[in-house]
Design a protein around this ligand. Structure first.
Ligand code: FAD
Ligand code: 2HG
Ligand code: ZN
Length: 476
């Protein structure tokens, strides 16, 4: 029997964990563990010996030393908002969940160096606010920002809606602190823009989904705060027109273009039907919509710039209609429609999700071929296609009925995944653009990564985590 499935040993383990983090830092009651062992999508479920909630890097280090000595598997967890099952323990009951949700200190905000240093458990929205409070801007933004943690954002290299201008979480990170699987602490909390002293270790841990160590601290890049934004909502007949509009805005508005999100007609309909007080800004319905935003440190002429660019796009037949938000409230209600799609999918059915990346120039032709492939096999299933097309990232989801049986869900998911991901591979795309691999894509990874890539990743994993205790069953 593995050590942590023996009840006596489990008791001993939990009491040693309590010794490190205090009794209130270890949850053993199943009711208290419930949040930590299930995901919000209702797709991943597990059991745990204990949920451990350290307050300091020193405590994380002591917990990891103990788990290393006892060969106890550890599942790191931030806000538990992930979409790939990466933060959920397996059903064995032998894994410990290490939650960062008591590590919430912002240590330093330096508006001269344009950096912010924080614990990994700080909620993303609190990081954004701390930057705003000193007249700076932290651009990472996603629908879960009120509950996801910066450590989880780093571990998944989260994308979101401002990648187009500022890059993924990786590009926003200057330094990291990581507790290794054996408990050693790597302090790489440096706020430097240049540092060519060997391998960039932080880049190994960013996007590693808890498989190499526990991220405990971070130094983030800050930017000049935009004075404001101008938001517009457009309707278009074809996806290739929306893609051409993106190019047109990049040429005419340059770096002021700060977001370009696309929603198919079916995605918008889902939101307006299933969420209260969500109303389309346009009277007519269109096959495609885009939400566009310009932002700058100087607002002079920004609205005119967008309006002129959109008028030209109408004259050129790229778009059919548009509304420019006249107030912050109008802009927020446009964003509410875009950010409501995830929740609307949960209310409407069981989505088979595909978080894919493609060359931007291939988005329209890919969508045409993928639509054909889905319709041929499942003519009645709605396709919910939306995403961050400014980054070539589609959420190409297919919605199954809410009462679908679990067997039917599994069979259809396997068919859809293969059809869509094979097509993604033909276009030289990625089967996980921003949500990570977790358990969701683990088996498929081998099909789409070369053996050289897999070998390199496995070698790195073995070198850093020889006892294989970090998030087993996830990613690799
Ligand atoms: P968790 O879900 O707790 O964990 C995610 C993974 O990271 C797991 O593998 C876990 O083991 C690991 N992990 C967590 N913390 C640490 C740590 N400190 N050290 C080591 N490993 C760790 N994602 C996007 O990229 N773009 C989006 O636009 C987006 N929109 C979303 C909208 C909604 C409404 C929701 C619910 C989710 C969305 N997500 C999006 C997915 C999710 O919010 C992100 O993946 C987020 O980065 C996860 O952060 P978390 O703290 O919740 O991590
Ligand atoms: C988003 O962009 C998220 O809203 C969620 O990445 C995508 O629900 C999804 O499939
Ligand atoms: Zn997304």
């Amino acid at each position: 029997m593995p050590m942590t499935q023996d009840p006596m040993k489990q008791k001993e383990l939990t009491s040693r964990l309590m010794h490190i983090v205090g009794e209130d830092g270890v949850l053993v009651d199943p009711a208290e563990q419930d949040f930590y062992v299930n995901d919000w999508l209702g797709k991943a479920h597990g059991r745990t010996v204990a949920v451990v909630r350290p307050r300091t890097t020193g405590e994380v280090s002591a917990v990891m030393r103990l788990c290393h000595q006892t060969h106890t598997p550890v599942v790191p967890q931030g806000g538990n908002t992930g979409m790939s099952g990466g933060a959920t323990p397996d059903m064995s009951g032998a894994q410990v969940v290490l939650s960062l949700n008591r590590m919430k200190r912002i240590h330093e905000v330096d508006p001269i160096n344009n950096t912010l240093t924080a614990d990994a458990g700080v909620i993303l929205a609190d990081i954004q606010k701390a930057a705003r409070d000193v007249g700076r801007y932290f651009p990472l933004s996603l629908g879960a920002e009120g509950s996801c943690t910066i450590g989880g954002n780093l571990a998944t290299n989260a994308g979101g809606t401002s990648v187009l201008r500022y890059g993924n979480t990786r590009e926003l990170t200057l330094g990291l602190e990581v507790v290794l699987p054996d408990g050693r602490i790597w302090n790489g909390l440096r706020g430097l823009r240049k540092d060519n002293t060997g391998y960039d270790l932080k880049d190994l841990f960013i996007g590693s989904e808890g498989s190499l160590g526990i991220i405990t601290g971070v130094v983030l890049k800050l930017f000049a705060a935009p004075a404001g934004r101008v938001t517009a909502w457009i309707g278009a007949q074809q996806l290739d027109h929306v893609v051409s509009l993106l190019s047109h805005l990049q040429s005419t508005c340059g770096p002021r273009l700060s977001a370009f999100e696309m929603m198919s007609g079916a995605s918008l309909a889902l939101v307006t039907q299933h969420l209260d007080a969500h109303v389309s800004p346009l009277e007519k319905v269109y096959p495609y919509y885009a939400l566009i935003e310009l932002a700058d440190t100087n607002m002079t002429g920004l609205q005119d710039m967008l309006q002129t660019a959109l008028s030209t796009a109408i004259e050129d037949g790229l778009i059919d209609d548009c509304v420019v938000a006249m107030s912050e409230a109008q802009s927020l209600s446009m964003w509410k429609l875009r950010e409501g799609i995830s929740l609307a999918q949960v209310k409407a059915g069981k989505a088979v999700k595909h978080d894919i990346a493609l060359p931007i120039s291939s988005l329209a032709i890919f969508t045409k071929e993928a639509d054909q492939a889905v319709i041929t096999s499942f003519p009645d299933l709605p396709i919910i296609n939306f995403g961050h097309i400014g980054d070539g990232n589609l959420h190409y989801n297919v919605l199954l009925p809410i009462n679908v049986s679990s067997d039917d869900y599994k069979t259809k998911t396997a068919v859809l995944n293969k059809r869509i991901h094979d097509l993604v591979a033909q276009f030289n795309g990625s089967i996980s653009a921003e949500h990570g691999v977790g358990t969701l894509r683990r088996d498929e990874l081998r099909r789409y990564k070369s053996s050289v890539e897999m070998d390199l990743m496995i070698s790195i994993k073995r070198a850093i985590d020889p006892n294989q205790i970090m998030n087993p069953g996830k990613l690799l």
